[in-house]
Unconditional design. Structure first.
Length: 227
């Protein structure tokens, strides 16, 4: 059972007017007692103002602007545009899309030029592919409704909250269940399954069904010929 902590008292703020001659303007400075960290604390505190994502290669500005418009009009919409249109548009932006790929409405893809999808795979409604780096989805994969593929994370041990980017790879026949999440560096072996609402950020063995948060193997996947 989680322990309950006593709420911290509100910090007291003292307001002091500065002279016109010193600042050439009438203004006030707030000095909040108890809220300013010391030098040592500053060195050991998260400083989001020092965050840098210069290592994040987004692609040319014009291409990103064009993709934002196309994505809003044809992908992030409830209107059921034909998948053939969407396949053509994605290829036009550099994605490698196999034949017969099915893409449902309300799908968000960060950068199509960092995406490859094998033939006859399904991308369900509301799927979010946050591919800061490469995402590979093999042939005959199913990504169900509301699933997320997230390539980015932050290093919580760094004061600058440094960005971490690791590719995601799904081999042939993988099924990612509805509302399930794949984190950075996920590698899903062929015909593996991530169950409804589960979370994985690592290796999923082939022909294995995973469930939970974090996901653990629960059984072996066995296939029978359809009638």
């Amino acid at each position: 059972m989680c322990s309950q902590k006593k709420p911290l008292a509100e910090p007291r703020c003292l307001w002091s007017p500065m002279t016109w001659n010193s600042l050439h303007a009438a203004r006030h400075v707030s000095v909040c007692m108890g809220t300013h960290p010391t030098g040592i604390e500053m060195e050991n505190s998260v400083r989001l103002d020092s965050y840098s994502n210069v290592a994040h290669a987004r692609g040319p500005v014009a291409r990103r602007i064009a993709w934002t418009i196309v994505s809003r009009l044809f992908f992030q919409t409830h209107f059921p545009y034909p998948s053939s249109w969407k396949r053509t548009l994605l290829r036009g932006f550099g994605a490698r899309i196999g034949r017969g790929v099915l893409i449902k409405p309300s799908v968000t893809i960060k950068y199509p030029w960092k995406l490859s999808i094998g033939e006859h795979s399904w991308i369900g409604e509301g799927v979010w592919i946050d591919n800061l780096v490469d995402v590979h989805i093999g042939a005959h994969c199913c990504i169900s409704q509301g699933a997320m593929l997230v390539c980015g994370n932050h290093d919580y041990t760094r004061t600058g909250f440094d960005l971490i980017q690791v590719p995601i790879r799904l081999e042939q026949g993988v099924w990612i269940g509805a509302r399930a999440t794949l984190g950075p560096g996920s590698v899903c072996g062929q015909h593996s399954v991530l169950a409804l609402g589960s979370t994985c950020a690592g290796q999923m063995d082939a022909w294995t069904i995973y469930r939970g948060n974090p996901a653990v193997p629960v059984k072996t996947r066995r296939l029978q010929a359809s009638e």
